[in-house]
Write a protein that binds this ligand. Structure first.
Ligand code: PLP
Length: 430
């Protein structure tokens, strides 16, 4: 595969942008190669600067559930664009998206739009602290909630694959208010939450972890979390930045039948434009300025283009049968993927899948938390990634991420991905 133009662009980018990228994992460091530069995308495919075509399983890290350049989303953006791109004043488009979100998620009575998932989680935690008057945040090892200071402790995603233990620049004074405990461990959870010396404002959790690779909540784990936090007056925050509108119209909270106090959203609700949101019970949301004293604001919050792209996306997702079809496609694909792994790498891999998000770990498993996820042989993942990319299959350039199925992927796309996977697994087994 010729990637000459990408190499030139990367060299140039490195002169102007730290590491040549605007988000670290894109640099492909943990998979031992240089990035390729993407020039355009359509449907299930992305195309690089040298004209190579790839079947896309990254989906811009989750948002592109409909595939790229979906006609309804493009039309909504085009139409909105004609009327101006940002006003810094309320618009009807914000109400439209807010209505779509609140009607899909009964636990979200009011919602505030921001411009990224990081802003959503950061603001939700501030709100939980303002509401409870307490200070500590409980999170789970391997869960990533964006790059705000409070969350950069045992965070997943790029923080794991780059081997950064938290991050320099995050003051001790801030992280001492964050306690990270193992995912799927109800005994440690209960012990921690019942420690009344701790002054706990909130628990934030990825209801399905996507940032240590995909890890499902163990049966009853989310229900225990709900029951304990309700009993102790602790705000329960579901970070559904990945899972919101991905697992079902009502997100993981509908999928598992557990309702949080606050929900963070992002990715899919922006239809590929920069959006985040946090919302929840009216009695908590009413503490946000200007109704209440907890401050949060944004120059581009509720940006009309982003609102239009998000609303067009959510309307497509609300079509009858959308999630059932996605599930059938994902289940079929994952079944064949697991069969290939069993054939060529028996007992050496674990495939975790929830709905249209999945991860193949190069460890016998089971993978149920951060400790078991990080047993995966990341060198093997790196080799698999390079194999697949060289064959036109676009996977996440890091082990501890999800692969996403989109509505745009055809039978032929998935068959091609399986054929290339078989080739790659044979190489790994040799
Ligand atoms: N929360 C989760 C679960 C995420 O996966 C991410 C990003 O991947 C974030 C929060 C942060 O979102 P953003 O990258 O839009 O700031």
């Amino acid at each position: 595969m010729n990637t000459k133009r990408s190499q030139e662009l990367f060299a140039k980018a490195c002169r102007h942008i730290p590491g040549g990228v605007n988000s670290p994992v894109r640099a492909c460091k943990s998979v031992g190669c240089d990035p390729v530069f993407i020039e355009r995308a359509a449907g299930s495919k992305v195309y690089d600067a040298d004209g190579n075509e790839y079947v896309d399983f990254v989906c811009s890290w989750g948002p592109m559930i409909l595939g790229h350049n979906h006609p309804a989303v493009v039309a909504a953006i085009r139409e909105t664009l004609e009327s101006g791109t940002s006003f810094g004043a309320p618009t009807s488009k914000e109400i439209e998206l807010a209505e779509l979100v609140t009607s899909a998620l009964p636990a979200v009575e009011k919602v505030r739009f921001v411009s990224s998932g990081t802003e959503a989680t950061m603001s939700a935690v501030r709100l939980a602290r303002g509401f409870t008057g307490r200070s500590k945040v409980i999170k789970f090892d391997g869960c990533y909630h964006g790059h705000a200071d409070s969350f950069l402790i045992k965070a997943g995603s790029g923080v794991v694959t780059l081997g950064i233990p938290g991050s320099p620049g995050v003051p001790e004074d801030i992280v001492k208010n964050t306690i990270s405990i193992p995912y799927n461990d109800p005994a440690t959870l209960e012990k921690t939450l019942r420690d009344d010396k701790l002054d706990i404002a909130c628990v934030i959790v990825e209801p399905v972890a996507g940032n240590m690779g995909v890890v499902a909540p163990a049966p009853g784990f989310l229900a225990t979390l709900r029951q304990l936090t309700a009993e102790l007056g602790i705000v329960l925050i579901f970070d559904e930045v990945i899972t919101g509108f991905r697992l079902s119209l009502g997100g993981a909270q509908e999928y598992y039948g557990v309702q949080p106090d606050l929900t963070c959203l992002g990715k899919v609700i922006g239809g590929g434009l920069p959006v985040g949101a946090y919302g929840g019970k009216k009695e908590i949301m009413d503490h946000i300025a200007p109704d209440g004293p907890v401050y949060q604001a944004g120059t581009l919050s509720g940006n009309p283009l982003a609102m239009a792209a998000g609303a067009a996306t959510l309307r497509e997702l609300a079509q009858p049968g959308f999630y059932e079809q996605l599930e059938t496609k994902a289940a079929g694909f994952a079944g064949e993927l697991a069969a290939l792994a069993d054939k060529y790498l028996p007992g050496q891999t674990t495939l975790n899948r929830v709905g249209s998000m999945m991860t193949t770990f190069f460890t016998p498993g089971p993978v149920t938390d951060h400790a078991s996820a990080t047993r995966s042989d990341t060198d093997r993942y790196a080799a698999h990634y390079r194999n697949m990319r060289s064959q036109g299959i676009w996977l996440a350039p890091a082990q501890f991420e999800a692969a996403f199925i989109s509505a745009a992927q055809s039978e032929a796309d998935l068959a091609l991905a399986l054929e290339k996977t078989e080739w790659s697994f044979k190489q790994l087994a040799a």
